[in-house]
Write a protein that binds this ligand. Structure first.
Ligand SMILES: Nc1ncnc2c1ncn2[C@@H]1O[C@H](COP(=O)(O)OP(=O)(O)OP(=O)(O)O)[C@@H](O)[C@H]1O
Ligand SMILES: [Mg+2]
Length: 268
């Protein structure tokens, strides 16, 4: 389990980006981190991945203080896929093989290469293995970064908007894959998403962020028209369709908000 206990973080000379955040990433569960642009979702993941150090609070992984782990130990426990990644001039196979680095002593073994081949197969990337990363589409590259994270064979996985560049089919496939990964391999997953419908379909724990803090957290029951309005400022209806809950934004409110903005702009 990853325990995040009252962490606060601010960039130098800047406002508080995270204020007293407490939540947990549990093995076997997929936690969706939700909230508006700029609310601090990526910063929270970066604190957990030890890219940023919170000024206050503590984070433990399976009881061990995050700061007490070596880089190698951390990389064997936790994999992180950022929202934006640079594509190094590297072939797909080698990029995924990099995920094996926490386990490699001198040189990669045939087992490392087998793991990489199996992942490429799983993500339907085999035919891309000798292609350069910068010659791939955004979605293909995103799958490569996920495959690299899986090559680390982590117990915990942090993903920042992993479905950003994916077409609808790939979005569902990747999220279903993550859901099964959590359920079947007891991996603890935290995923930042903007698509509420994907979140309620595939995740089972939710953190709603607002004003640098956690506004609500819990199971699917916390996603209601009221919390959606409070967090995102939009009116939405939640309907049942074939046993699934669907969030339908009320377009008239959105159109009205856009009209109001236009009217205000015209007045100036
Ligand atoms: N390197 C930085 N230096 C100073 N401020 C930063 C830095 N990175 C992010 N911020 C600020 O911190 C806040 C939180 O940013 P963060 O990237 O965590 O938001 P987010 O919730 O991931 O947003 P999005 O949904 O747009 O990705 C924002 O106000 C942002 O402008
Ligand atoms: Mg972000």
């Amino acid at each position: 389990m990853i325990c995040i206990d009252s962490i606060s973080f601010s960039f130098e000379c800047s406002h508080t980006v995270l204020e007293q955040i407490s939540c947990q990433i549990e093995p076997g569960h997929c936690l969706a981190i939700l909230g508006n642009n700029g609310v601090g979702k990526s910063t929270l993941l970066k604190c957990i991945a030890r890219i940023y150090r919170p000024q206050q609070g503590r984070i433990t992984i399976n009881g061990a203080e995050l700061n007490s782990l070596s880089n190698r130990q951390l990389a064997q426990l936790l994999a992180y896929v950022p929202q934006h990644s640079n594509a190094p001039h590297m072939m797909v196979f080698d990029a995924v093989l990099l995920g094996r680095r926490p386990y490699i002593q001198w040189d990669s073994t045939s087992r490392d290469r087998q793991i990489v081949s199996a992942l490429l197969e799983q993500f339907q990337l085999t035919s891309y293995s000798a292609r350069y990363l910068n010659a791939l589409s955004g979605g293909e590259r995103q799958k490569v970064f996920l495959a690299r994270a899986m090559a680390q064979q982590p117990q915990f996985l942090l993903l920042d908007e992993p479905t950003n560049n994916l077409d609808p089919r790939n979005q569902h496939e990747i999220l279903r894959y993550l859901q099964e990964l959590a359920r079947q391999q007891q991996i603890g997953i935290a995923v930042v998403l903007h698509d509420l419908n994907l979140a309620i379909r595939y995740c089972d724990r939710f953190v709603l962020m607002k004003d640098a803090a956690i506004y609500r957290q819990g199971g699917p029951e916390i996603i209601t028209p009221q919390t959606i309005k409070d967090v995102y400022g939009i009116s939405a209806e939640i309907i049942e369709h074939q046993g699934a809950r669907l969030i339908v934004p009320q377009m008239d409110h959105i159109t009205k908000a856009a009209d109001d903005a236009k009217t205000t702009a015209n007045h100036h």
